[in-house]
Design a protein around this ligand. Structure first.
Ligand code: SF4
Length: 80
């Protein structure tokens, strides 16, 4: 697994619970941190490729990631 990007993640210095919010406000709080993260793109792809269901990854909520995966499946970008 090539996870060098994790080293540069803004979340390294933040309580991990921040990225597993229980409400919409918490999601927004996490997304604000992700928005300034240099690893945002790699983080999102990692979560999508590994079908990570929970939490905010790459600045995207669980629902947003499901939407992205659905769209990719429709476009034939994903096999499963
Ligand atoms: S995009 Fe967000 S969750 Fe991903 S590494 Fe950066 S700060 Fe962490």
């Amino acid at each position: 697994m090539d996870a060098v990007w994790m080293e540069s993640g803004k979340c390294r210095d933040v309580d991990p619970d921040t990225f597993f919010p229980s409400d919409g406000l918490g999601v927004i709080r996490a997304q604000r941190i992700c928005a300034t993260c240099p690893a945002q793109e790699q983080c999102l792809e990692y979560a999508l490729e590994n079908h990570i269901d929970h939490g905010v990854w790459g600045g995207r909520s669980e629902r947003e990631r499901r939407r992205i995966l659905r769209a990719r499946r429709k476009q034939g970008v994903l096999a499963n």
